[in-house]
Design a protein around this ligand. Structure first.
Ligand code: ADP
Ligand code: MG
Length: 464
């Protein structure tokens, strides 16, 4: 006899943690830092706060290879009553919105807590205060994986005398510091390249990093948006209809979607053969499917708006790349917004040349998605393919060359190749934009190199 059962979601993730980047004690330590840093950056720059992040990794028990990770930020904080769910319930998030941020799955913190408790059986320690809060809340939390809910082991409140705001997290986990050290360093340096407005202080057992703030300019914060008609499926529409009692189809479309005014909605409904005045909730299941099909096919929508995105911009990329890579020259471009399947995206590229960049046989590639550096699975990333296929010889670059390439994609929905968020999947529209961005940046490099060449010629003429 078979015996059937449903695995609770938290338990499923505990067992399949490699899908979220927690493969082993090296990857898990790196991933822990990553999740905490990403949350800290989301909680600061998205709200106009210049990020200041303190990180510490300390060896707790050498024999068992237990390490502690501490992360503290000056962000908007987490409301006291939300802290347990935010740390103790898988798929609990404030980021299921149409807007660019680093978090997407509502999973990061929970994976950190799950991994920590399954290796050391210790709770996570959280301290947080929201902006202007007169209290600081402190919790010790574990996760009941069968119920997918937080277990609160301790809860305290302190007066917030100095109006501190932000979040501090401490976990103890099995972690291979020596194995993860290099990756963590790379990750933090690469973060500093794309976020030169952040101050990041890291203390490790035998590595200290102080990545200073290089500018006080923040990229424009993304606005929160509505879905584009091309990006939704039948189920999404069904859920939207629950909140649309009494609306006509025309009203439903104009109120719930990006890029749909009354004129566009009317034209679409006529084209698709629907009565604009019919009640939206009266659609039969078959009509619903047809509506979605037509929404995807229709060519008359405006493009999705890019206000939901927050590209870094050429100026910040240049500051970051010069400061961290020690490049002699950096040329950056931000392409115009494009879209795939109704999701807006922007590709940025920079080429960094010379200075302290070591010459090599192919360009050093730094990949980013929504300002997250991607370090693993480079071979699976469409950016690697684009850079490898690029005709560098057309741009006066001869290898070995001191060349680094930065490629950044920002979108309300990055097509990640896995839940570990390490590579961007092959999407034709994105690939094309990467190619064009690289071309635009490489053209500037070519100009620079030929100017240099001429200067050299002149120089040689006078010398000899
Ligand atoms: P995600 O980042 O994908 O939403 P997480 O599990 O990493 O998922 O975080 C869950 C939620 O907790 C976030 O959506 C955010 O609202 C909140 N959060 C996490 N870390 C912080 C932080 N450092 N400051 C403020 N809020 C945070
Ligand atoms: Mg997160």
């Amino acid at each position: 006899m078979y015996s059937y059962e449903a695995l609770p979601v938290a338990e499923w993730f505990r067992r399949n943690r490699e899908l979220a980047g927690f493969h082993n004690s090296t990857r898990a330590l790196y991933q822990t830092i990553r999740e905490l840093v990403e949350n800290s950056l989301d909680a600061t720059e998205t709200y106009g706060i210049l990020p200041t992040i303190f990180l510490r990794v300390a060896v707790e028990d050498e024999q068992k290879s237990w390490v502690s990770v501490y992360a503290e930020d000056n962000g908007i904080g987490i409301p006291g009553n939300e802290i347990p769910n935010v740390f103790g319930r898988v798929f609990y998030s404030s980021k299921y919105r149409i807007k660019q941020h680093r978090g997407v799955f509502g999973l990061g913190l929970k994976m950190v807590v799950l991994y920590a408790q399954s290796t050391t059986n210790k709770p996570v320690l959280v301290r947080s205060a929201t902006l202007k809060s007169d209290k600081i809340y402190e919790y010790q939390i574990m996760i009941d994986t069968n119920a997918n809910s937080p277990i609160i082991l301790d809860r305290r409140e302190y007066p917030n005398k100095y109006r501190w705001h932000g979040t501090a997290v401490k976990v103890v986990l099995e972690g291979n510091w020596l194995g993860a050290k290099k990756r963590i360093e790379d990750y933090l340096r690469r973060t500093a390249i794309i976020a030169p407005y952040a101050e990041i202080v890291f203390k490790g057992p035998d590595m200290d990093l102080w990545l200073k703030r290089r500018t006080t300019k923040l990229p424009p914060a993304p606005k929160e948006g509505l879905p584009h008609p091309k990006s939704v499926d039948v189920d999404t529409i069904k859920q939207m209809l629950l909140d649309s009692r009494g609306m006509t189809l025309l009203e439903f479309l104009t109120e719930n979607f990006d890029a749909v005014g009354e004129g566009t909605a009317k034209a679409f409904l006529e084209w698709a053969g629907f009565n604009p005045n019919a009640k939206a909730t009266a659609l039969t299941p078959e009509e619903l499917v047809r509506l979605v099909e037509k929404m995807k096919q229709y060519e008359g929508w405006r493009r999705p708006r890019a206000d939901w995105l927050s590209p870094v911009g050429g100026e910040l990329l240049e500051i970051g790349a010069k400061a961290i890579l020690g490049a002699e020259a950096v040329f950056a471009v931000t392409r115009k917004p494009e879209s795939y399947g109704g999701h807006p995206f922007i590709v940025e590229a920079a080429v960094a040349w010379g200075g302290q960049i070591p010459p090599s046989d192919k360009p050093l590639l730094l990949r980013y998605a929504n300002k997250i550096p991607l370090l693993y699975d480079e071979g699976a990333d469409v950016a690697r393919k684009v850079v490898d296929e690029f005709h560098w010889d057309n741009y006066k670059v001869k290898f070995p060359a001191p060349l680094a390439v930065i490629i950044h994609v920002c979108s309300t929905k990055i097509p990640y190749a896995s839940a570990g968020k390490e590579a961007i999947a092959e999407v034709a529209e994105i690939e094309k934009e990467m190619r064009l961005a690289l071309r635009d940046a490489a053209k500037k490099l070519r100009l620079y190199l030929s100017r240099k060449e001429k200067e050299m010629e002149l120089f040689n003429k006078y010398i000899t």
